[in-house]
Write a protein that binds this ligand. Structure first.
Ligand code: MF3
Ligand code: CO
Length: 248
């Protein structure tokens, strides 16, 4: 079942989304060579708590860190630790916060120092693929329209579309119905209605679309070791479009 949020719930989700967006803004200046992912994770936790929220990922299905930090070929769910960022890396921060029982969810990939032209291309076009997916959203659109828009844009740019992981509804659960795949056919899937809240989150690879799970049971990496990028916003569906809840 896809829930329609009440005005009160929408207010709380706007605050949750704002906290997530602000956590990104707060962390960006620290994404420099030499910082450990553990340090970034702790700063994210402290910032989220200072805003009266909690990091939704912490202990979610046993996840051991506060936010997901994925470097280069890591697609999603990287676990913070002693590893340091280095010049030329791309790093994805996937940040989820829960405010008064409601979640916000936004992932963004960032360059560390100077990155290759290939990685710049990947970041630029994965971000654009997110906005291509968002552009089709309004009451009456189908979830398949989003996947179709993301996938066509990605394929036009010869990027691999990760299929094993999908976007999702967001509310008082971090993951709600519907699933929002980054592939699909127009006019298929659930119909969107004003008041629904979903996370759209293309994960695109420079090489193959294939991925696998590391032995830590969380980190998903590309099968060929090529880099992957991930851009995600939580949005509210409206009568004639959408409102980004996680903007900064
Ligand atoms: N934004 C991530 C997702 O939608 C959140 C994962 S929380 C984790 O999959 F605990 F599973 F890592
Ligand atoms: Co998500």
């Amino acid at each position: 079942m896809i829930s329609i949020k009440s005005p009160r719930e929408i207010e709380l989700m706007k605050t949750a989304g704002e906290i997530v967006g602000d956590t990104h803004k707060y962390l960006i200046p620290y994404l420099k060579p030499g910082i450990t992912t553990e340090k970034i994770d702790q700063m994210a936790r402290d910032y989220i708590i200072s805003r009266g929220a909690t990091p939704s990922c912490y202990h979610y299905e046993g996840y051991p860190a506060n936010i997901c930090i994925s470097i280069n070929e890591e697609v999603v769910h990287g676990i913070a630790g002693k590893r340091k960022l280095k010049d030329g890396d791309i790093v994805t921060l996937d940040i989820c916060a829960c405010y008064k029982g409601y979640h916000g969810d936004s992932a963004w990939s960032y360059p560390v120092g100077n990155i290759s032209e290939e990685k710049k291309f990947l970041l630029e076009h994965t971000e654009k693929a997110l906005y291509k997916g968002l552009e089709v959203i309004k009451e009456g659109a189908h979830v398949g329209d989003i996947g179709y828009a993301v996938e066509s844009y990605a394929l036009d740019h010869h990027l691999g579309v990760v299929k094993e992981l999908v976007g999702h509804g967001v509310g008082n659960e971090l993951h709600e119905d519907p699933e929002v795949p980054n592939y699909g056919k127009k006019n298929t899937g659930p119909v969107l209605k004003a008041g629904m809240v979903i996370a759209v989150e293309p994960m695109l690879n420079l090489g193959t679309a294939d991925v696998y799970l590391l032995d830590d049971d969380w980190t998903v990496v590309t099968a060929d070791g090529e880099p992957s990028a991930h851009f995600e916003h939580t949005i509210l569906v409206t009568k004639d479009g959408y409102t980004i809840l996680t903007k900064r």
